[in-house]
Every structure is written in C-alpha cells, then in structure tokens.
Ligand binder design. Sequence first.
Ligand code: ADP
Ligand code: MG
Length: 686
Amino acid sequence: MRPDILNPLFAEVETLKGVGPGIARPLDRLGLKRVKDLLYHFPTGWTYRKAVKVVDMADVGQNIIVTLAIASHRSGGSARSPLRIHGVDSEGNYLTLTFFGRTGSWAKKQLPVGETRVVSGKLERYGDELQIVHPDHIAPVGDMKPVALVEPVYPLSEGITSNRLHALVLQGLERLPNLPEWIESSLVASKNWGSWNQSLSTVHQRDDKTVRDRLAYDELFANQLAMRLVRAALDRRKGPPIEGDGRLVSQLRLPFALTGAQRRVIGEIEGDLAQSRPMLRLLQGDVGSGKTMVALHALLRAVESGKQGAMLAPTEILARQHFANLQASLAGLPVNVAILTGREKGRVRESVLMGLADGSIDILVGTHAIFQEAVTYKALALAIIDEQHRFGVSQRLMLSRKGQGVPHLLVMTATPIPRSLALACYGEMDVSQIDEMPPGRTPVETRVISEERLPELIDGVARHLATGRQAFWVCPLVEESERSELAAAEQRAEMLRLRFGDQVALVHGRMKGPEKDAVMEAFAAGKTRLLVATTVIEVGVDVPNASLMIVEASDRFGLAQLHQLRGRVGRGSEKSSCILVRSSQISETARARLALMRETNDGFRIAEEDLKLRGAGELLGTRQSGESPFRVATDEQVRELITAASDDARLLIDRDGGLDRPRGAAARIALYLFERDAGLATLRGG
Ligand code: ADP
Ligand code: MG
C-alpha cells in the first residue's frame, strides 16, 4: 500500500548516477540501501570556513578559503619528505601547501606555477611559516561551484567521503515528490517551520534546530497516526467482553488484605474488561507494590467468563516465579495454569499447545513463546505483559490474531513512564496507578561507598550473613560484552568463596535455564546465602529473607535500573539495606545521581530524573539494544514534540478518518514506518 508517488525515494541507491558496487558497499554498511535512507542520513557535524583575502597568523586553527598565486614547487630531498607548494596571497604573504605521499604529482598538476587558485583547508603554523596540509578544495578562480562556507560532516564508512555522500544526497533531493503539508497549519506557523521538501534539503546544508525539529515532528506524527489507526482498526474488530461472576475470585484465600490502591485498579480493569472495545491499559506500580495480585484478579475474571488469559514475562526466571506464585495462590481452585517458555519442548510443549487449543488450560504464563505463530488459543480474552517496555504496534497486531476477537491488553510496569514516553511507545493508553505500598514494609536504607572500601564491605557482609539473613551481590554492568560481564562476576564469586565458601552462589545470563532455576531455587530455599549475579536478577525475583543488596560499579547503571535492583530487598519485615559501590573517581553528575538514590525511594522521581540525565532511549532500555522506536527524533525532541504530535493525530483522525484525505498521511507513514515495523504493512488504509 505504499503510494506510487514515493517510488523514486524507495528506489535502490544504485539508481543514482555514479553509484556502482564500489560506493554501494560502504553505503550498505551505513544502512543506506534506498534513496530515502540517504536523505534521512543527517549530518552529525559541520565544517565552517572563513573566506579571507590575506593569510594571517590570527586565523591559525580555522578553515580558510583564500586565493593564491602559485609561486614554486619544492620536493623534499628524500622520497618520503613531503611536497611543498608555495602560494602568495593578494598582499604578498606566503602560504605553504603541503602534500604527503603519493598526492604530490596530482597536486603539481592542480597547482601549476604562475597560475591562480582558490584553496581551502585548515590553516596551521609550521615554524615561522603558515601552511595548509592537504587542502580540501583546490579550484580555478571563477569556478562554477564556489567552495562552501558551511559543509556537512556525515557519519562515514571506509570507501566513501563526506563530500561524495553529500553529492549523492543532493542527487536524491532532486527526486523529492511534492507532498502536501500534513501538519496542522497553526502549528507550522507557530513553530516557523518550512515545508517538508525544504526542510529535508536544508538539513543537509546548515545546522538548524527549527529544521531538524520539523523533520522529527514528521516522524513522531507518522508514528502517532499509525498507532491510532491500528487502534481504531482493532477497536472495530471488537473483543470478547469479560464478565466474571466473582465465583473464583471469592474463593481466593490470600494471606493479606488487598491495599486500597490494588482494589481501585482492579475495579478500573474490570470496568474495561466488561466492554467489547478491547482494553489497552498501562498499570504502573513501583517495585513491590503488588501488581501480580492485580494481574491474578484480572486473569480470574477471564476464567470465570469461560475464557483464557495469558501472562508474558520478560525472563525465564520471572515466568517460573509467576507460575509458582499463581499455582500457590490458586491451590484448591478449579483453575488450570500452565507454563510455556523456550524450554518446554517435545511432549511437554505438545501437551500445553493441546490444552490451549482445546481450552483445558485456563491461564498460561510464559516468555515470548506464548505468542508465537504455532500457539493457538481456544478463547484468549486477556493478555498481560509484565515488565516489558517495548510492546509496540506490531506485537499488538500479532496478538490480535490469537483470539476470535482482539484480546484485552494490560501492560504492567514498575518503571514509571512519563506521559511523553508512554505516548511514544504505546500511543494513547489508559493508565492505572498503584500509588500505595502494602503495609508493614520498612523502607530500604541506601548507602553509597567507594570501591576502595571493598574490604570493609566484605566484613559487613560477613556480619550480615552471621545473623542468618541472605544477600545479593550484583556485578558491574559491562556494556561492551556479555562475556566480560560474566568474567567479572565469576571472578567476584571466586573471591567471595575464599571467605564465605559454599554459601556463595553465582547466577548469570549465559546459564542454561534449568541450571539457572536450580541456583535460584537453592537461594530461595536458603541453601545458599550470598547470590552473586549479573543483572539477570534485575526484575521480579522475590526472596524475602534477602535483606542486603550490593551493587558494584553502581555509577554505570541507570537510576531506574538501580531502583529495580533495590526493590529486590525490603520484601520482608526486616530492615533492609542497599549498598551502592561506586568507582573511586566519578563525575559530578554520577555523584548527584547516586545521591538521589540515597535520598529517595520514590520510583516516579527517580524515573523523571533518569530521563533528564540519560535520555528516553536509556530509560526504555532501547538505546543499548539499538531499538529506539525513532530514527530521526532524538530523546529531547520526543519530549518536546510528542504531545503535540499525539494531539494532532487525534484531530486528523477525528476529522478525516485517517489516511490520505487530505494530507497525504499514508505517504508519510510509509516513509517512516514500514520497514521498521513490518506489522504495520498489514494495516489497510482508508
Ligand atoms: P510487583 O508490583 O513488584 O510485581 P509483587 O506483585 O511481586 O510486586 O508483590 C510484592 C510482594 O508483596 C509479594 O510478596 C506479594 O505477595 C506481596 N503483596 C502483594 N499485595 C500485598 C498486600 N496487599 N499486602 C501485603 N503484601 C502484599
Ligand atoms: Mg512484578
């Protein structure tokens, strides 16, 4: 459904003049396959030049453009020494042009003695002389194309220069179709934005925030519009209303009373479930606020009405823990719970698949495996996503093929997502919030210590373990490689074993599932007492007797992540502590961030602060995995512009029903989203 008008932009880069395999290869390495990719390959820096009549010591360090009369060529004595060409400016000052290696013979031809040339490059001082090494431009006076005062610098790959790339971009720009303005005219006026064509051309010619903002807005707007269209399409298909009669919920025997906040959000969710318009709700609640109980209530509603529910966990460990918890809570009730992860294979997997298809399984818990192609449900009516920050439009479409209608969707997160980000990731969602902790929790005491005090820390751990309690020890996050992260954890475990012997256990991401489970189970049962871990324990693991959390190199973690880790302790009635070990030398910002952790336990404040300091992609954990939903918009632009984009999308859809009339929306959506979000291709326009 890509509009034909875009064909020239979607053509392969090879269709541009002068692009053979020699250039196509470096372009491909840069991810530039089609003409539109080139146009959206924005400069990351600029070369500024100053046009001068005379060369002047005062301009050393600057890029200058100057006209010179070429006076002499002087080759060095040996083959290795550079060629020096002397030029004279209009007032008789000398400038040396220096060429190393094989460029010499070429330079002699470009700069014949007695001729005048326009030359540009970075002015340097060489002894008493002024020189330019390897001028970037040499042209006859009065050349058609004057040397630019500003030139873009592009991210490059070997085999292509910034100049060459820019020339290709200019060629590509000639293909820009004329799309009508699609942004609300009042917004365009108030922001002083130029047209899309103009902006795309200007963004390659000078550094201009207004222009970049306009293009970022285009992307955000396309994204918001696509989300709304998907939602509208799904709403039209309806879902199965869930109207439980309370017969299962009333049989639950919980060891505690629900908090007021839990009761309130359960009410909000049940209100949604009773509708045939599929629920799309985000449940926010800090670590330990009791989201699982809310999920259980919603799932039981589905089962009461004769339907199925599914709960997706981000990791194997968490899936198993949810499964164990559900089984425990549901003991004695006529509810059949099953688990499906990548690890259930063969017979076991077959029997789960059968149970889902014939409806004998009521609730399924698992990892992403539960929504794979081969999994068919008899009557899936509710899907719950736990702790997953990226569950985008295409996943939602996939899910919609699982039930007879579109299942209700509940996304649970402990990382409070500011509205701007929620919009960017999920589009317009309803939000419920658990803003109250279960009673009887003592707040975790947080301390920051320098790594130099490691020996004292280990003595502290010894005292802690001696009281019969347990502890987590999280090893540094090593971004470059999982392997070095593992090495660090193994080393630490070894060192701690010298002191604590086989009380120490190690768990890491490279372990096979059963192995990992065995370690976690032994720790949960108190057989081991000090759990050394890479960040795999980050989410969800519940061991109430573990009341000490140590995080090494904590300055390398995101605040939200630290908050999650800290949430692993403080689950029992004991006073718990979290010790953030920091590198001995850290920046002021890092210091401030850790101080904030010490100061507050408020997940919302921490998330806001994290967002300010590290940016949206970091908070969502998408930057590292290269999964930012946006290609053009930066985190800052997302924050500034997403609300307007969302509002404008709503207006456009309310007024025109969505695509193409009158603003060429389908074209923009195709331009920005299709390749990124394959699921969207199934969306029918109009
Ligand atoms: P999270 O919101 O982080 O997923 P959990 O659902 O894992 O939190 O709950 C954390 C702990 O609090 C669990 O041990 C759970 O049994 C307990 N819990 C949940 N609700 C209550 C409540 N109303 N009163 C006391 N404890 C509760
Ligand atoms: Mg949880």
